[in-house]
Design a binder for this molecule. Structure first.
Ligand SMILES: C[S@@+](CC[C@H](N)C(=O)[O-])C[C@H]1O[C@@H](n2cnc3c(N)ncnc32)[C@H](O)[C@@H]1O
Length: 202
């Protein structure tokens, strides 16, 4: 699926997605804590890339973080603006950010890299690295598995990644892992993980 097909797929189910996943109460407290503690460490702008309904951008802002949500789906951006009128949301692509080099203190990519074909991941991470300041933080949430493999996600084809392999890709892009969250699979949700990683001092 190309990026337009993924955008259209999300557009067509945006209302349902918002109902099922669109509030911070629908996010596991451990996930919220992981996101919060890694992205509220240092002052500066944080981007929530592929913010969907905007609830995690709003969560970060509730912690005093200068967070902006960016998504390619107009329905999500419209909802986020209406639901969180004091927030900052804009339509855009995380693959090509309208942002100065090294100007961002942190990036959240919470299940938003999952639809990228594996061959495109390095390029997307290079764009994240371009905009991230020295000692900046990236938090990535994703589905994990024993090998890189496509699966039928309900909205659009998605890819699962072994945690070590995604971590190695992050390292290659200039982000060194500092912590991972890897909840045991309890049969109620797809296995998933999150990695927090920082750029070096340059
Ligand atoms: C599984 S949803 C996750 C949404 C949100 N982060 C959450 O946790 O609910 C994936 C999101 O990534 C967005 N997305 C995927 N590719 C994108 C791109 N290239 N640029 C901007 N947004 C993108 C989709 O529109 C969708 O909102």
């Amino acid at each position: 699926m190309d990026v337009e097909q993924i955008r259209d797929a999300y557009s067509s189910v945006a209302a349902l997605y918002i109902e099922l996943f669109g509030t911070r109460q629908q996010v596991h407290p451990d996930d919220l804590a992981f996101i919060g503690r890694h992205l509220s460490i240092r002052p500066g702008a944080v981007l929530d890339l592929g913010c969907g309904p905007g609830h995690l951008t709003d969560y970060l802002r509730s912690l005093g973080v200068d967070a902006t949500g960016i998504d390619m789906v107009p329905e999500f951006v419209a909802h986020a603006r209406a639901a969180h009128p004091h927030g900052r949301y804009r339509l855009g692509s995380m693959r090509s950010l309208d942002v100065e080099d090294r100007s961002i203190a942190g990036i959240l990519a919470w299940f938003s890299l999952i639809h990228l074909p594996p061959r495109d991941l390095d390029e997307a991470l290079a764009e994240f690295r371009r905009v991230t300041a020295p000692a900046g933080t990236l938090v990535v949430g994703f589905f994990d598995g024993d090998e890189v493999a496509a699966f039928d996600h309900k909205v659009a084809t998605a890819y699962r990644w072994p945690v070590d392999e995604l971590s190695a890709r992050l390292t290659r892009a200039g982000f060194s892992e500092v912590e991972r969250l890897h909840p045991p699979s309890d049969g109620t949700h797809r296995p998933y993980a999150a990695i927090a990683a920082v750029t070096d001092g340059r």
